[in-house]
Write a protein of this length. Structure first.
Length: 370
């Protein structure tokens, strides 16, 4: 019987064996792919000082963090809500003297105080990679390529990647489409929500054509280029074209230059990853600046729940399982495990091999089918 005390808080859940096995397999595949590209894994702590987590990058909201007081320092601690900021701290402190560009990757759980409407989970497994100390098209192209390779290694098919320009409004407002500083936030918001009426009311009528420079990359980038009469976006457009060229046919590329949600701390380039079968985005990435050290970086983060959707959910374990009766030869069992058998040892005379999911039983030194 389940009591009230056995229930988990809203937004938290157990991963039972089939799901946990699939998560572990996908995580290993992603980490191996990033390792193959030269990204070294780091493991930052689950808890840090709130000020450190909130102070390394723009757009990190402390109100979303689970916070409490440290009994030793009496300072406010927080559970991490994003591991990217922790990698930025590591790069700026413990690895400040390491050669650049610095390539780091990670995997770990993050926690949120409250879930959002699009994703009810308050604990998420985040995986990602960061290339620190370079701000170039080559660096962005590498990170995009690593992200695609990581998803393919995990088994995701039909990958789509959507490019955006997070600093689009600020760039145009300072040059070809002048806009008062106090109106920029409202214009960004209305562009992000694709609200033409709201955009006019916010004083951004000149930005309306940007709403239609979206869709398949080749068509959308041509539309964006045609709108850039003053050439303020020329270098960014050239960079997007170069990045798209490196992707080739490994992923479907689209463009939504005004997208801002999820890119609050990105600088000139951002991207969102999608996969067939996933309910939402598999991950996001882009360029940013680490506050304090003012280092440029490019990276991406993937999230496990939508990744599992793209993989079709947990898979059954089809491996043979060998039942080891009481008094079995331990050396024989060890030898069989070394060649790939999964063993289940009896702990009493009443253990039922079939009920325990075993396909074989050890008979002397040989496995025998049940």
């Amino acid at each position: 019987m389940t009591s009230q005390d056995d229930l988990l808080p809203v937004g938290l859940e157990d991963a039972l064996p089939a799901r946990a096995r699939t998560i572990t397999s996908a995580m290993r595949a992603v980490l191996d792919a990033m390792d193959a590209h030269g990204y070294d894994r780091v493991r930052p702590p689950l808890v840090e000082f709130e000020h450190s987590l909130a102070g390394r990058m723009d757009g990190v909201a402390t109100r979303r963090m689970v916070r409490f007081t440290d009994p030793d320092s009496l300072r406010t601690l927080a559970l991490r809500s994003d591991m990217t900021v922790q990698v930025g701290r590591i790069a700026a402190t413990g690895m400040a003297s390491a050669p650049r560009p610095l390539r780091l990757c990670y995997a770990g759980d993050v926690a949120l105080l409250r879930a959002d409407q699009l994703d009810p989970a308050r604990q998420r497994l985040q995986l990602g990679a960061e290339l620190i100390g370079a701000d170039s098209v080559a660096a962005a192209s590498e990170v995009v390529s690593v992200a695609i390779d990581a998803l393919r290694a995990a088994g995701v098919s039909s990958i789509s990647i959507d490019f955006t320009l997070p600093d689009l409004v600020d760039t145009l407002a300072a040059t070809s489409l002048p806009l008062d500083a106090d109106k920029r936030a409202a214009v960004r918001r209305e562009l992000d929500t694709k609200d033409a009426g709201g955009l006019r009311e916010a004083g951004g009528e000149a930005y309306l054509p940007l709403l239609y420079a979206t869709g398949l990359f080749d068509e959308a980038i041509d539309k964006l280029s045609a709108l850039d009469a003053g050439g303020a976006l020329a270098s960014r457009i050239e960079g997007l074209r170069a990045i798209a060229t490196t992707i080739g046919d490994r992923a479907r590329v689209t463009l939504d230059p005004t997208e801002r949600h999820g890119f609050e701390y990105q600088s000139w380039f951002g991207f969102t990853l999608y996969g067939e079968g996933a309910r939402g985005a598999l991950g996001r990435g882009g360029t940013y600046t680490i506050k304090g050290s003012d280092e440029s970086a490019t990276g991406f983060s993937l999230y496990m729940d939508p990744l599992l959707d793209a993989l079709g959910g947990p898979e059954a374990d089809t491996r043979d399982r060998l039942f080891l009766p009481l008094g079995h030869d331990r050396d024989v069992a060890a030898r069989l495990r070394a060649v790939g058998w999964r063993t289940v040892a009896a702990v009493s005379d009443g253990d039922d091999a079939a009920a325990l999911g075993c396909s074989h039983r050890l008979d002397g030194a040989e496995p025998r089918p049940l």
